[in-house]
Design a protein around this ligand. Structure first.
Ligand SMILES: C[S@@+](CC[C@H](N)C(=O)[O-])C[C@H]1O[C@@H](n2cnc3c(N)ncnc32)[C@H](O)[C@@H]1O
Length: 238
């Protein structure tokens, strides 16, 4: 799905999504956020950090508490409006594949449950590569391909014709329309040629987070990848 379609989706339920997420994590562990925060480098003081698909800005708040300068990008004006109610840093309405920030600008980038809405993942990886400084890291959380493939069994025609899947979330109160991807899309040739893979974590959310029919105790809900932008010299040598 392209950014505009996602913006329509999130503009439609921005406040509901924000409230639902805040309520849900009052009584359930926020597992991917804990992993994301543990995986991101600890010294963020005065570092410029980009949050791709920042939503209502919860991770920008954490970044700011860590002493970083957070920047958020999101294609949904309504989500950015939610974030601006309690602002932590600079926020812009832009697509993830065309952020308009200068090249070599950010020390780090993060993204939680956002890049998996994008059909052409390499367009995002290329943009992140452009705006990151050499050695900067990009840590992203996405829904695991095996969860989305299971959810796709509910509407095989949508999956076949559009490579899209409706993912139930938050006890089934909301549903997100995401792109179907394979692991090789998340670790594409572009990624492996331009980044070093520093970490990969797979795991499960609380069962109520993504109640997909047919899930078992072994179904993986999420994938977390931490990349480091290679020096230009590293790329020439390899
Ligand atoms: C599930 S929400 C996650 C928000 C936030 N990262 C969090 O974890 O709370 C996904 C966000 O990504 C944004 N998004 C998805 N695709 C996008 C794109 N192509 N360009 C910009 N924003 C996008 C959506 O508008 C939405 O706010």
């Amino acid at each position: 799905m392209v950014g505009k379609g996602v913006a329509t989706q999130y503009n439609g339920f921005a406040t509901n999504y924000t409230n639902r997420q805040v309520e849900f994590y009052k009584s359930h562990p926020d597992i991917t956020r804990s992993i994301l925060y543990d995986t991101v480098t600890t010294n963020l003081k005065k570092k410029r950090v980009l949050d791709l698909g920042c939503g209502f800005g919860l991770d920008m708040k954490w970044l700011s508490e860590k002493g970083a300068h957070p920047y958020g990008v999101d294609s949904s004006e309504k989500m950015i409006a939610e974030a601006k109610e309690d602002p932590f840093g600079i926020m812009v309405v832009k697509d993830l594949s065309d952020t308009n920030f200068p090249k070599d600008f950010f020390d780090h980038a993060i993204s939680r449950y956002a890049i998996d809405y994008v059909r052409d993942l390499d367009s995002v990886f290329k943009e992140v590569y452009r705006v990151l400084k050499s050695n900067g890291t990009f840590t992203y959380v996405v829904n695991h391909p095996e969860l989305l493939k299971l959810a796709a069994q509910q509407d095989p025609e949508l999956a076949r014709s559009e490579k899209l899947v409706n993912l139930p979330a938050f006890n089934g109160d909301l549903s997100f329309t995401k792109q179907l991807h394979n692991i090789e899309d998340y670790l594409s040739k572009f990624v492996l040629d331009h980044f070093e893979v520093l970490d990969i974590v797979e795991g499960q959310e609380h069962p109520d987070k993504f109640p997909v029919p047919g899930k078992t105790e072994h179904t993986l809900d999420f994938l977390v990848v931490k990349l480091r932008k290679l020096y230009v010299a590293d790329i020439i040598i390899s």
